[in-house]
Design a binder for this molecule. Structure first.
Ligand code: CMP
Length: 140
């Protein structure tokens, strides 16, 4: 067990449907603490930079277009094993494969419009948090 921070993003399909509170309730019920949160409308260029690891994927342009299409809510979640706990509560990337009760099983519309993003490892979390937040904004 280790205390971690992880980056979470509530995506445009969820903000459009006013699901921020419902998603936050699931995160908190899973034992995660939201120690930073802000609502942003990012440009496509910022989305391309954030998702540059997926640059060679066929869905990259669609993904960046979608992430810049409406507001997102970026968050830092904290807790014991926060990276894995958040991935468990999010559910599988494709909502068709997500376990019942997970965020994506309940709210995601498709593999692209899948309501939330979460860091996939501790080192990725550090990089992704630094992309959106400065240290003074993390209020743990
Ligand atoms: P996320 O956790 O934000 O990380 C990368 C995103 O790419 C992923 O969630 C999906 O929303 C998206 N993605 C992955 N595979 C596909 C796909 N086959 N088609 C469209 N989008 C995808």
């Amino acid at each position: 067990m280790s205390y971690q921070h992880t980056l979470s993003i509530i995506k445009p399909d969820a903000t459009r449907r006013n699901l921020t509170g419902a998603i936050n309730a699931k995160l908190e019920a899973a034992g995660l603490t939201i120690i930073a949160q802000k609502r942003l409308h990012i440009s496509k260029i910022h989305a391309q930079k954030f998702y540059q690891v997926h640059m060679s994927q066929p869905f990259y342009d669609e993904l960046c277009e979608f992430m810049s299409s409406a507001p997102i809510v970026v968050q830092v979640l904290a807790g014991e094993n926060a990276v894995a706990v958040n991935r468990d509560v999010m559910g599988a990337t494709n909502p068709a494969d997500a376990q019942p009760g997970t965020i994506r099983a309940e709210f995601a519309l498709s593999i692209g419009e899948n309501s939330v993003h979460g860091s996939d490892a501790d080192d990725t979390a550090i990089q992704e948090i630094a992309f959106f937040f400065s240290e003074i904004e993390l209020v743990g």
